[in-house]
Design a protein around this ligand. Structure first.
Ligand SMILES: *Cc1c(COP(=O)(O)O)cnc(C)c1O
Length: 226
């Protein structure tokens, strides 16, 4: 079932690329396996997925250990809110920390990464919608945060991430995806000379709209794992 779901998601991503005249190979599917056992992660990996997303460090550590000797190639993504006291463990296992929502967190990641001689790839999470409950860097502060983060030697900013609010019709999420793309173009240029070109946006309910608006990474949980 997971295999079928992955093929269906891939087909829908490819169709959205076609509509937007984009290369399907430019969109990576991150399978978000929070709350799912390592067995199901294995199934997804067996169906061509390379990227696994988790939103809790503790849970990710467990699966990381369970799958470490499986011989499977896995890129681990942190997509949930990261607390400062979990950064040390996070930099040990994650290939990409997508949910960096403040300069302070970036500084702590830099500090912990330097201790293990790692340059940690990160995305800055941007607050593209005004809801109080949403986390992320304020768009007005993004340029300044990016400039400060540029001084940190043990992080590498690969791009931006956003979580759109829950809306009734995925079309209503389009404005938030468009906003993230515009912020990215303002920060990094339309054809970035840096490699900070990742746009992580779109989940089960809205990923096709996100791809139409330029997502290079979609984070899919329910449409894959049911
Ligand atoms: C859970 C989660 C997802 C996946 O959500 P679905 O709606 O199940 O696809 C994506 N991004 C983040 C940050 C999440 O926490």
């Amino acid at each position: 079932m997971i295999r079928d779901n992955i093929f269906k998601v891939r087909e829908r991503v490819d169709a959205a690329c076609l509509r937007a005249k984009r290369e399907p190979s430019a969109v990576t599917i991150v399978a978000v396996s929070k709350g799912r056992p390592a067995e199901q992660v294995k199934e997804a990996l067996g169906a061509g997925i390379l990227d696994i997303g988790e939103n809790r460090v503790q849970e990710a550590l467990l699966k990381y250990d369970q799958l470490r000797d499986s011989g499977l190639v896995i890129k681990w993504h942190m997509v949930g809110h990261l607390q400062t006291n979990k950064v040390k463990d996070a930099v040990r296992i994650f290939d990409l920390i997508q949910s960096v929502d403040s300069l302070r967190l970036a500084e702590e990641i830099d500090r912990q990464a330097s201790k293990i001689n790692k340059v940690q790839d990160i995305l800055f999470e941007i607050k593209t919608s005004p809801e109080e409950t949403k986390t992320g860097v304020d768009p007005d502060k993004a340029a300044e945060v990016m400039k400060e983060a540029g001084r940190l030697k043990n992080i590498n900013v690969k791009g931006l991430m956003t979580i759109a609010p829950i809306v009734e019709d995925p079309g209503q999420a389009r404005q938030f995806f468009r906003k993230l793309r515009e912020i990215s173009e303002n920060l990094f240029g339309r054809h970035p000379e840096t490699d900070a070109s990742v746009l992580s946006m779109g989940m089960t309910d809205d990923f096709e709209t996100a791809v139409e608006e330029g997502a290079t990474m979609v984070r899919i949980g329910r449409a894959i794992f049911g």
